[in-house]
Write a protein that binds this ligand. Sequence first.
Ligand SMILES: Nc1ncnc2c1ncn2[C@@H]1O[C@H](COP(=O)(O)OP(=O)(O)OP(=O)(O)O)[C@@H](O)[C@H]1O
Length: 357
Amino acid sequence: MAKITLDKLRHSYLPNPAGPDDFALKQIDLDWTDGGAYALLGPSGCGKTTLLNIISGLLTPSHGRVLFDGQDVTHLPPDRRNIAQVFQFPVIYDTMTVYDNLAFPLRNRGVDEARVDARVREIAAMLELEDRLAMRASNLSPDNKQKISMGRGLVREDVNVIMFDEPLTVIDPELKWRLRSKLKELHQRIAVTMIYVTHDQTEALTFADQVVVMQLGEVVQIGTPVELFERPQHTFVGHFIGSPGMNILPVEVDGGVARFAGHAVQLEGPIVRQGDRTEIGVRPEYVRLADSGIPATVRKAADIGRYTVVETMVGDHVVNAITDRLPPAPGARVFLHFEPSQTRLYADGWIATEVWK
Ligand SMILES: Nc1ncnc2c1ncn2[C@@H]1O[C@H](COP(=O)(O)OP(=O)(O)OP(=O)(O)O)[C@@H](O)[C@H]1O
């Protein structure tokens, strides 16, 4: 187990990068605590795999350092970093039994057979593979093959970090849900530093204590799932997390007052940053259909089960509201109320209000 530090890390795949756009990772500074559960979350192409490969040693960064417990490992090859990795697709030995597959990483390091046996059975029980231990891996379903792959990642007790790269891609939706919570439970039991890479917010938010949100090669926010939901530091986080995401609406700011479509909007607190582009962010959960406020027209309503998402239009702007009441019919004229304590200002994408103290 180890604390992982990324120090001024940058990476370009080009031999002579000319500007920031030529970098797959712009600049990353991070400290990951020993034993923590972390997720790297972001859309395709934001640099997650690049970062993972730098940590595992498959890639040497163009600039900066990777430290494990303060020791510089930037130039160490993967096999000297003591890392376990679980990939998107199963990496197993088809001709071996499930038992031997799970035992392999331990036997390979000379662990004695009694310990191998205890550990294999423990991991197999956690992953509900006990009754398949004697089966040949080739006879298993893709789901179970991927479970073995995960088991092989989890079986060693001496690793610095276990990294999961979109490990649930091949798993069917029902089992996905179970494995997601199982992985969280496993982390609590074995307390090894784990990094989980995904573009799926549900997977990231279920698994991680801390989520690192990336966009275009940059970290835009690191926070607990609640922090990311409650107070996005960037409009990208607001929009990317939540279903539907945060309403991001253009406003004009004059004399400390923000106006959306000509209506003054009360913010969570004082404005502390200026910018060329100003927007407010308010989650649909905090937009109420009220008796007075900003006039809007209902476009449609979608019943999501426990609540309804009402899509309204204010001029050309879509504003989503969540309600647990019977939604108004399409075409109805309504008024919107934005909960002031949950309405933030963003300047050039970054949060620009503080909470009143
Ligand atoms: N081997 C490579 N050579 C050149 N450019 C690359 C290489 N690998 C990745 N890139 C580029 O680097 C950027 C980051 O890619 P990366 O694969 O790290 O993103 P990602 O978030 O993992 O995406 P995905 O979820 O699709 O794997 C992208 O613009 C990609 O095109």
